[in-house]
Design a protein around this ligand. Structure first.
Ligand code: TYD
Length: 140
């Protein structure tokens, strides 16, 4: 859980507007292999609801706002408000995440360290907790 952290990106604003830079292996603590973005989710929708065995992510609300709740499977949780285009949140592997409270203008940009592989997703919370308790990774 202590690996989850906010990431501030360099801003190069001038009288023409704003420009924010996020470079892989520099501002983003991994090589960026995949980009996707989520928009048009209603305020009462909860997305995510999974953990990833292999993927690390940085989430940035490049427009609008949303929240992400992160759980470590050991009873700790934290809620982060994503409301600035120049600030992201880094999520390591093996944390449970729920994204919610999307504003109508929310565009949630996600940078990922892996190509998509549905097999590395854990979509059942009890399974996530049991993999955390079982010391996932040590026996593999
Ligand atoms: P899903 O994991 O449910 O999105 P979220 O976690 O943001 O709520 O993904 C929605 C659909 O998109 C699902 O059919 C899987 C597919 N998908 C891909 O094909 N590639 C990807 O990189 C991602 C994130 C999803």
């Amino acid at each position: 859980m202590n690996k989850v952290k906010m990431v501030e990106f360099a801003q190069h604003g001038d009288d023409r507007g704003h420009l924010v830079i996020a470079e892989g292996n520099k501002d983003i603590p991994f090589d960026i292999k995949r980009v996707f973005y989520i928009y048009g989710s209603a305020a009462d929708v909860v997305r995510g609801q999974h953990a990833n065995r292999e993927s690390e992510f940085v989430l940035i609300n490049v427009a609008g706002k949303s929240k992400v709740k992160v759980k470590d499977g050991e009873g700790n949780e934290a809620i982060y408000c994503l409301n600035r285009p120049h600030t992201g949140i880094y999520l390591p592997t093996m944390v449970w995440k729920d994204m919610y409270d999307f504003t109508p203008d929310s565009v949630l940009l996600v940078l990922a360290s892996t190509h998509y592989n549905p097999d590395e997703y854990i979509r059942d919370y009890d399974e996530f907790v049991s993999e955390i308790k079982g010391g996932w990774g040590e026996g593999r």
